[in-house]
Design a protein around this ligand. Sequence first.
Ligand SMILES: C[S@@+](CC[C@H](N)C(=O)[O-])C[C@H]1O[C@@H](n2cnc3c(N)ncnc32)[C@H](O)[C@@H]1O
Ligand code: SF4
Ligand code: SF4
Length: 378
Amino acid sequence: MSRTLYLSRLRRLLSKDAVSFSDALRSRKGWRPREVEIRLTWSCNASCVMCGLDNFLDKTGQEYNKRLPADRLLNVIYEIAQLECETILFSGGEVSLVKELPDILKHVNSFGIESHINTNGSKLTPSYCDMLLESGLNGLMVSLDAAEPYLHDKIRKLPGLFETAVNGLSYLRGKRPDKRGFYMIINTVIMKNNFRHLPEIVKVAADSGAGEINFSPLSIDNSWDDWATGMPELKLDDNDEVELAQDIFPKVMNMAKKHKINAMIPAQILTDGSIKIEKKLFNSNFVNCAVSHYHCVINVNGDVLPCCYSSPEEYTMGNVSVDSFGDVWNSEKFTQFRDNCFPAKFDMCVSCSQHRNENELIQRWFDRLLKTETTEKT
Ligand SMILES: C[S@@+](CC[C@H](N)C(=O)[O-])C[C@H]1O[C@@H](n2cnc3c(N)ncnc32)[C@H](O)[C@@H]1O
Ligand code: SF4
Ligand code: SF4
């Protein structure tokens, strides 16, 4: 779902459900698992230069890569629905390789939960797009790392990918023109080989009908996710980061404005429109993180992680092949993790730029709430 819509929903929810959410925050208990990411497979048909999936799979072995049985997966979705989940994002690996995807989407839909997928776009032919729409899909995120076919296909090592992905987006936009009812988001990783072309990528994204483009920093170690181990030579150096902040990002924002698309950049935009240059541009500097009170990730093998940045080795909260989702969500271990997010002090939090806005919003709302309570008491 688009970040702007997401934040406006969150704002509404904070005023509507202030008591139950603030109770959960105070007790560090799980609130509703409002948005859950489920990773359906680690298989992939691409071999992107920035994604360490292949090495990761070699390292992790069979148990880790084993998929939850299909009937258990449907049951887990039922358990999540009982706890008032609102959206499920299906990801991977490459989720479009999962043949049960249409049935899974229909199942999610039957509970009134919104469904989204995260894909490289390689399967987005008209008939596949029709199948997604008929199964009740509410939106999708498609990766685009270059503005022209040759470079994108080279980065992803999959010939023809750019064309299929971009044509698929245009087809979907034709079928579902309502940008609020059907979300199409582009994900772009910022790397040495593409950072000077980000404004043109914004234009391609807008022309193909996407409502938002989400730029992420390249991760070269597993501080973000175990598979996200891009080649170090693709990482921006300090000079590149300055150029990005002073020259490229302003062009990105202008292009986005001109083509009426939201651009989410991993940096702080100050009230005068300038972009804050930190020594490390992508460092998050929020202090408290409330995300694991309403979000989690279920890995291919059923491991439950508190957020998409957390590594299974250190942060598995439980496994839904042996426990119910509710038991894991309300477990002592999960409560402890949430407690350790106030303040958020894990290594992975440094590169977590995506949740900055919502955490800042929640922090401001919670501070106001505490102030009102104090004033009422005196
Ligand atoms: C693992 S992919 C899964 C979805 C799908 N296969 C795709 O490529 O869109 C999720 C996102 O992570 C991005 N990604 C891959 N390697 C990365 C890295 N080293 N650092 C940051 N993002 C990365 C991808 O470009 C994609 O947008
Ligand atoms: S980024 Fe996505 S498409 Fe590329 S190798 Fe990784 S999982 Fe596959
Ligand atoms: S701040 Fe830390 S705990 Fe919170 S979502 Fe980001 S990585 Fe996860």
